[in-house]
Design a protein. Structure first.
Length: 801
């Protein structure tokens, strides 16, 4: 349906979508297409409206007022075209064919609206004197006499498939370009060369490559532009439109030949091709040649001057392979703007978003947007990601402003209720009641119209201010990080990190303090910002709190336990499995899927990354970790640079545990002495084994090596109480409670307790000795009045009373 639409016709449809969006309509209908034609000012349809002296502003106002804003609740992200619009597009294609045109333009859309007789647009056009025959005659006259600039243009084909950026700059339709003066000057220098005076802008998506060319177009209107460029036009060529509709062999080549001939004849055209890599292969079919091959001779002759723009990845993949094409172009590498430059860009363009959304954007909010996007949106580039957030936050504020007020909702509900009541009396011909409700409906309807007109006027004339909360909510939606965490002060959040972790991790004060100090150094800005926020290796026996510290760090620092990425290193014991972390190489199964580690960090860059049982991994894994710890990033198999600068890296291991175990402490009562000697032996053994297993350069890049102590009886009692509190918390809704005395605790924790497993058996002991027995009592208990239960030891058995 859209293959044969001109750029102007596509613009009309884009404007129609915007209008339907603004008016909170569930579909794009014919009246929105008409609004799009009114907004588009360069086509034949616009000329016809002007010649017929159509009062466009009056019609636009009537259409907008007649739209029911209460349909805001039906608003969706992607609006579909109504069946009537589909019919209009079919009629437009027929009319274009009748006039011998391959491309559907604005005049054909207008004819389609007139031919379609069921929609609102047709009724409006009919009222102002439009009919099919008179409109066709106007278009014929236009085609014959050449009353438009296009008819007299030296480049009709280029005008059809291109967009004159110089003309748009002259009409003030291009956004201002802030900064990028060095790139524009370099572009001028290349265009001024005698040979190979073509440039290609290479940079990441969203950093402003197209904006540089638009900046050049605006600069060409200034008096200080070099003489050789004063009469030049920069025309952006739409490759999609150029290829569209060329179904048969030879059609594309013929179109391309006409285009190049026009450019060479005119001698004042600078061709701009965005996504220039699409030239390679464009229009090529069996036995034919592509656009790049047709362009090369023209570039070699110097008859065509061209500026291209593409990303580095696409340049390497498509463009660089054609050496003959590459040598015709001078490359300009475009770097993303700095934070300061991005703030200046946002402040420079914000008035356009303020006018469109009718929302004020304070300078401090613009600065906060740049700060938040720099920190939390790491897979996109500035200024594109900041502009995205500003645009969506303004849209969100606009939608909230356009929500029907509650008093109008209630009034509409009263009208609907009165109408429903009146309907009940119609079958019985109770005219008194019908008249009574009709008067009430008319009265309420008049009041509703007066109030809604006043409200419409108010929302169109008053501007609301964008707030930090609006911005934080949008960034939160994009990243999945809670909005409150985005707005909270990092330093305040980590100030009490040690005491928070110690509430849940018992007996590891020294280890927790070491971790907390390192994290605080990072958040205070003392450590290298190009490395992870913290990197540690946790050593200690199982069940002493290594993983729990990682979970609590994720919750406190990043706002959620879901911010923990856990990688089981026992899965990477073989060399061929190592590539799964960063993705399989090209040609191997799973290449397109990315890496298990890199994809998770790309999706959630603010995370704790836990490499569990790191001693089991293949030595090649250390090479990947070495780069992450040293540079703060790693490149995956797809070429994505994955940033680890906002992660906390934790490696866990239990090396040295076997050598450090004191066999004499095993058995009943040994718990009371399981402390200093064992920990000291374990630490010594772990240090030796660390040096044997890991290279010195790897160990030296870690912030800290943390040793976790074995847990003694007193620590296990505290953990026991925490687990018991969890059970009572679950019992609380039913008003019941279980209490356990110290002697019962000591019995459970010393009677053949497997202390070498740390705190892990505590939960299992509670389940088998307390929860199972309590469950039997609660299910079989016939006395619901019992609320408190007590555990006691009798004959070496725990009983519940």
């Amino acid at each position: 349906m859209f293959d044969n639409l001109s750029n102007r016709a596509m613009q009309v449809l884009a404007h129609a979508k915007e209008e339907a969006d603004k008016l909170a309509q569930p579909v794009i209908d014919t009246e929105h297409i008409l609004l799009g034609l009114f907004i588009e000012k360069t086509g034949i349809a616009a000329t016809i409206f002007m010649k017929r002296n159509i009062n466009i502003s009056s019609i636009v106002m009537k259409i907008r007022r007649s739209s029911d804003m209460s349909d805001i609740f039906a608003l969706k992200g992607n609006l579909n075209y109504s069946p009537l619009v589909t019919k209009v597009l079919e009629y437009a294609a027929e009319e274009a064919n009748t006039f011998g045109k391959e491309i559907v333009d604005t005049e054909h859309l207008l004819l389609g609206l007139v031919r379609e007789t069921e929609g609102k647009a047709s009724a409006i056009l009919s009222r102002i004197g439009f009919d099919v025959e008179s409109l066709r005659n106007d278009i014929k006259i236009y085609y014959k006499k050449g009353s438009s600039d296009k008819e007299n243009s030296e480049t009709p084909v280029l005008d059809e498939f291109g967009r004159d950026l110089t003309a748009l700059a002259r009409d003030g339709k291009l956004d201002p370009v802030v900064g990028r003066q060095d790139e524009i000057i370099r572009l001028l220098q290349i265009l001024g060369r005698r040979q190979k005076n073509n440039a290609v802008l290479i940079g990441e998506p969203g950093i402003g490559k197209t904006a540089i060319v638009e900046g050049l177009a605006k600069r060409m209107l200034d008096e200080d532009i070099p003489v050789f460029l004063r009469d030049k036009r920069i025309v952006s060529l739409e490759m999609g439109a150029l290829v569209a509709g060329t179904k048969y062999r030879g059609q594309f080549e013929e179109r391309m030949k006409k285009l190049l001939k026009e450019i060479e004849t005119a001698k004042n055209i600078v061709l701009f091709i965005d996504e220039i890599h699409t030239l390679v292969g464009a229009g090529a079919a069996e036995g034919s040649i592509d656009a790049a091959s047709m362009l090369k001779p023209a570039l070699a002759r110097g008859g065509v001057q061209c500026i291209g723009a593409t990303t580095l990845a696409e340049y390497r993949k498509h463009f660089e392979k054609d050496g003959a094409l590459v040598r015709r172009f001078q490359t300009i590498i475009v770097q993303p703007p700095t934070e300061k430059q991005t703030v200046a860009i946002i402040k420079g363009i914000k008035k356009y978003y303020e006018e469109y959304h009718k929302v004020l954007i304070p300078d401090e909010v613009a600065e906060e947007v740049v700060s938040l996007t720099d920190r939390y949106i790491t897979d996109k580039f500035q200024p594109d990601k900041s502009i995205d957030v500003i645009d969506e936050a303004c849209s969100k504020r606009k939608i909230n402003k356009n929500m029907l007020p509650k008093n109008l909702e209630k009034l509409k509900h009263r009208i609907n209720s009165a109408s429903s009541e009146r309907e009940k009396y119609i079958p019985y011909n109770e005219y008194d009641k019908i008249e009574q409700f009709t008067k009430e409906i008319n009265k309420l309807d008049a009041l509703y119209k007066a109030k809604i007109n006043s409200w419409n006027k108010d929302i169109n004339e008053t501007y609301q201010s964008l707030t930090s909360d609006d911005v934080a909510e949008v960034v939160s939606i994009m990243t999945g990080i809670p909005a409150k965490k985005l707005q909270s002060d990092d330093k305040a959040r980590v100030a009490g990190i040690a005491s928070e972790i110690k509430k849940y991790v018992i007996g590891q004060d020294e280890a927790v303090d070491s971790v907390a100090k390192s994290i605080k150094r990072s958040f205070a800005g003392i450590t290298n910002p190009d490395k992870p926020l913290g990197s540690f290796i946790f050593l200690g026996p199982t069940g002493v709190g290594k993983t729990e510290v990682a979970k609590r760090l994720a919750e406190i620092v990043f706002g959620s336990r879901d911010a923990l990425i856990r990688i089981d290193m026992s899965e990477y014991m073989e060399k061929f499995n190592v590539s799964r972390l960063v993705g399989a190489p090209p040609g191997y199964v799973g290449y397109e899927e990315g890496g298990k580690l890199t994809e998770q960090v790309r999706r959630r860059p603010y995370s704790v990354v836990l490499f569990d049982e790191v001693e089991k991994a293949h030595p090649d894994v250390m090479n990947i970790l070495l780069q992450i710890l040293d540079e703060g990033f790693v490149t995956d198999s797809l070429g994505h640079k994955v940033n680890f600068k906002n992660t906390i890296i934790i490696l866990t291991s239990n090396i040295g545990t076997k050598e450090g175990t004191d066999d004499k402490s095993l058995g009943f009562g040994g718990m009371k002495n399981a402390g200093t000697l064992d920990h000291s032996r374990f630490k010594s053994a772990a240090e030796k084994e660390l040096k044997m297993r890991f290279a010195p350069e790897f160990l030296n890049r870690l912030d800290n090596i943390i040793y976790f102590k074995p847990l003694g009886l007193e620590e296990l009692k505290v953990i026991f109480d925490i687990q018991l509190a969890e059970i009572n918390k679950r019992l609380a809704p039913s008003g019941k409670k279980i209490s356990i005395s110290d002697d019962v605790k000591e019995y459970l924790l010393t009677n053949n307790y497997p202390y070498m497993y740390g705190a892990r058996p505590v939960k299992r002991i509670l389940q088998s000795h307390i929860e199972d027995k309590l469950a039997d009592i609660l299910i079989n208990d016939t006395s619901p009045k019992r609320k408190v239960f007590k555990a006691v030891v009798k004959n070496n058995e725990v009983l519940i009373k």
